[in-house]
Design a binder for this molecule. Structure first.
Ligand SMILES: CCCCCCCCCCCC(=O)SCCNC(=O)CCNC(=O)[C@H](O)C(C)(C)COP(=O)(O)OP(=O)(O)OC[C@H]1O[C@@H](n2cnc3c(N)ncnc32)[C@H](O)[C@@H]1OP(=O)(O)O
Length: 240
């Protein structure tokens, strides 16, 4: 299991104090702030094979699971399972009660995990800490159609954004996408499998620069390449 991607964040005032900043006067809590229960909720791990996976996806998954045997690569369970602390911290420190109503939030789920099995995003992620690389094995289902018979560019952008986001996992803190530049080189046939290979290129202060390419299973077709900039969230700054 990857070491936690963000050391357990201390309280905000402790963070500010550690910075030598005067603790900000307690903000009017306004309406009772949402308290997020931390009771253990067992989530289904969507990153494991299911009957909708093609032979290609299963073969690649098995190949990468084999690479995990010596510890160089790690299989990442689906996000709800792997970074509950990170998600909890995000909700606690950055999700102001204003923009999202309680009842709407209670129905929230990760976009890439909100389709019936096999119809949307089927994928598994693997991470190499030493090389700061993330690989995503992705099969886009029939509900992700763009041009007839091909994957929607926005669906690919979603998986690129998610895969590049995972590249920040070795950096301390919570990150959000500030910039994503994608070249679409060759359309992806719907329901086919592609490999998104990404890496962390450099870190400058709060800025993390990442990049990736998207290739067919036989590696002969370059479908896309992309760069991204992720910014570490600053607890001193409100997101909205
Ligand atoms: C949670 C676990 C879930 C785990 C599950 C994972 C789910 C996957 C989710 C994928 C990720 C997403 O989709 S995230 C959702 C999409 N992204 C968003 O909605 C973010 C919207 N934007 C923002 O909130 C803000 O712009 C931030 C937080 C990104 C940055 O704001 P900030 O913190 O005030 O930073 P700021 O001072 O403006 O900029 C800091 C430095 O970055 C530079 N900078 C800022 N933006 C840009 C930019 N677009 N292009 C170039 N450079 C930029 C500035 O010039 C500055 O450089 P210098 O002067 O220091 O040199």
């Amino acid at each position: 299991m990857l070491r936690s991607c963000a050391a357990r964040p201390r309280t905000l005032s402790a963070l500010r104090a550690a910075r030598g900043g005067a603790p900000r006067p307690a903000r009017d809590p306004g309406p009772a702030r949402r308290s997020f229960s931390t009771e253990k909720v067992i989530h289904k791990d969507h990153s494991l094979p299911n009957p909708s996976w093609s032979k290609d996806l299963r073969l690649l998954f098995d190949q990468f699971m084999k690479k995990c045997e010596d510890g160089s690569w790690k299989h990442l369970p689906s996000s709800e399972c792997k970074v509950p602390q990170r998600i909890h911290s995000f909700k606690t420190y950055f999700l102001d009660s204003k923009p999202v109503k309680e009842d709407q939030l209670s129905q929230a789920r990760p976009f890439t995990r909100s389709y019936e099995v096999g119809q949307g995003f089927e994928y598994a992620m693997f991470y190499n800490e030493d090389e700061k690389r993330t690989v995503c094995l992705f099969q886009g289902g029939p509900y992700l159609e763009g041009p007839p018979g091909f994957l929607h560019g926005g669906a690919l952008a979603t998986m690129i954004d998610t895969t590049l986001g995972v590249c920040t996992i070795s950096c301390m803190g919570l990150f959000m996408t500030a910039n994503l530049n994608i070249n679409f080189k060759s359309p992806i046939p719907l329901c086919s499998v592609v490999v998104i290979s990404s890496q962390l290129d450099k870190v400058e202060g709060r800025k993390v620069f990442v990049s990736c390419n998207v290739r067919s299973v036989d590696e002969k077709t370059l479908h896309s390449d992309a760069t991204g900039l992720f910014i570490k969230l600053d607890p001193e700054k409100s997101l909205t």
